[in-house]
Design a protein around this ligand. Structure first.
Ligand code: NAP
Length: 505
């Protein structure tokens, strides 16, 4: 178990983040008898994005039956798409049941993590209620999530705004929006959920759209008591439904990855959704995308278009020129006064700030490398130059079509296999070879070429500044799982313990 020496707490594994990724890593390491770990979480509880994102209307857009761990099915989901609070409560219960919470440290941020070649450990500094602490960890397992650092828009004068301003991912529940003049900047997945809720209470709302999204209907319904009883009592029933949902979502991959023209069917659904929700022909035109569906994330909502069509809402498509003390001014010179500004402008995905704080061999940070050539990893998980670093939801592991929990579980298995292999072989450090990482990256780039994300004619957060899609997995999720089913030591440079070598010498 963890011990202290030279003011540092020695642990085998340091996990960053207590969301779905960090929690799964903790549970699966524990099950594999790798119990000497600590989970550092900057928030006050488990749940990650599902604890932090509390904006009105926050719900999952992947069906609940699949948006849950395979090892902790939940027969009690209230509806097809679970609300945020319910998902957070689920993660809390899974954490409690796992018996691992004694190794979670909350309200504590990772300041930096530096590989110490001599000690063959990651030296990790954290800051929390107990002040600055230092850990020396054999492995560093980063599960901080790709959608955790809010991106504030760079708009002239935004800092001079005198009213309340907050990001969708940092909702200020103390601000009563009843009867207020509100502006929402952004029309992505978060805005599409929160705008219809705000529309019911605000006096007036301006929604600032830069690019419209393809939005298809949400086949929403509650599970009946009978269904929940069947999920609980009939062995295999819930797993069968889960498999059906999984299969249905996977059947959409070829359209994304190989035959983007098949997305016309989605566009038809989107156009129908617009016609159903909006009466004004001019507004219909403004919300209809001109790029191929799937190029940006396809959104699902039955409420977005009716909300935009409501009398107390204006959709503004003129670019924002500046923000003053009490208004937004668009390029056409129109000034729209507001009391509250909600920015639903997304996250730092292709340049995650955490990369600046992780320093590998030769004093190089992940950000230094990624600045030069974009995010890259071996199997989305390990990094040449960064021994014993494992990132869950690393480069090219995100999905536009299915549940990230499937990916997370695949990666966690790989990490646990790595930990076991290191113990079995007496290894102090493992690091993918440059050749293995380059070959993996080249194959991803090759497979990315025909995809809708690369050819669909849009700008999206999937692409980095070089135009490469470094975020999404370009294929079926079972293929990803197949690649990560064992830890392929032959693709790694390995080191035995310096101490052991010294002893043996
Ligand atoms: P997002 O999809 O990145 O959307 C950001 C929005 O802000 C876009 O409409 C963007 O316009 C706009 N924007 C950004 N900067 C702007 C600027 N300077 N001026 C004007 N508009 C600006 O962010 P998000 O909605 O928070 O969603 C991010 C991801 O979180 C989603 O794709 C999804 O993966 C996840 N999410 C999931 C759920 C769920 O139900 N499971 C819910 C919410 C979020 P452009 O399109 O022109 O860039």
């Amino acid at each position: 178990m963890s011990s202290r020496s030279a003011g540092r707490t020695q642990v085998d594994h340091l996990i960053v983040g207590a969301g779905f990724a960090g929690l799964a890593a903790a549970i699966k390491l524990d099950e594999a008898a790798e119990r000497d770990f600590v989970v550092i979480e900057k928030d006050s509880d488990v749940g990650g994005t599902w604890h932090i994102n509390t904006y009105p209307g926050a719900e999952c857009d992947v069906p609940s039956q699949l948006y849950s761990y395979s090892f902790a099915l939940n027969p009690d989901w209230s509806k097809v798409y679970s609300p945020q609070q319910e998902i957070w409560e689920y993660t809390r219960k899974v954490a409690e049941d796992s018996g691992t919470l004694d190794r979670f440290v909350f309200d504590t941020a990772v300041l930096d993590a530096t590989w110490d070649d001599e000690a063959q450990r990651w030296v990790v500094r954290t800051e929390g209620p107990a002040g600055v602490q230092e850990y020396a960890a054999r492995t560093l397992i980063a599960g901080a999530g790709g959608l955790s650092e809010p991106r504030l828009p760079e708009i002239e004068g935004i800092e001079t705004f005198q009213g309340e301003i907050f990001h969708s991912a940092r909702w200020n529940h103390d601000v009563d929006l009843t009867g207020k003049r509100v502006a929402v900047i952004g029309t992505g997945a978060s805005a599409v959920q929160l705008v219809p809720e705000l529309q019911k209470v605000v006096g007036h709302m301006d929604v600032y759209q830069r690019t419209p999204n393809w939005i298809i209907p949400r086949n929403e319904r509650s599970f009946t008591t009978l269904e929940k009883t069947v999920f609980k009592r009939v062995p295999g029933a819930q797993r069968a439904l889960r498999a059906l949902v999984y299969g249905t979502l996977e059947s959409r991959v070829p359209a994304f990855a190989k035959f983007p023209q098949a997305m016309r069917a989605v566009e038809m659904q989107g156009r129908k959704n617009i016609a159903r929700g909006i009466t004004d022909p001019e507004l219909r035109k403004l919300v209809t995308p001109t790029y191929r569906a799937g190029c940006k994330r396809i959104l699902i909502s039955n409420k977005w278009y009716p909300a935009l069509d409501a009398d107390n809402v204006d959709l503004v498509t003129d670019p924002i020129a500046k923000i003053t003390g009490n208004a937004i001014v668009t390029a056409d010179g129109v000034e729209r006064p507001i009391d509250v500004l909600v920015v639903a402008t997304g996250f730092y995905v292709t340049e995650p700030p955490i990369a600046r704080h992780i320093t590998g061999r030769d004093a190089v940070t992940l950000a230094d490398l990624w600045d030069e050539s974009g995010m890259a990893a071996y199997k989305g998980t390990t990094f040449h130059g960064f021994p014993n670093l494992f990132q869950i939801v690393g480069p090219n592991t995100a999905l536009g079509h299915s549940s990230m929990i499937f990916i997370i579980e695949s990666q966690v298995k790989y990490v646990v296999e790595a930990a076991k292999a290191m113990r079995r072989e007496g290894l102090a450090a493992v690091e993918p070879t440059q050749a293995a990482q380059d070959a993996w990256t080249a194959e991803i780039r090759r497979r990315m070429k025909p995809t809708v994300w690369q050819t669909g004619g849009c700008a999206s957060w999937y692409l980095d500044k070089f135009g490469n899609n470094t975020t999404l997995w370009p294929g079926q999720t079972f293929t990803f799982r197949q690649h990560l089913r064992t830890f392929d030591l032959d693709k790694y440079d390995v080191e035995v313990s310096h101490q052991r070598e010294a002893v043996n010498a």
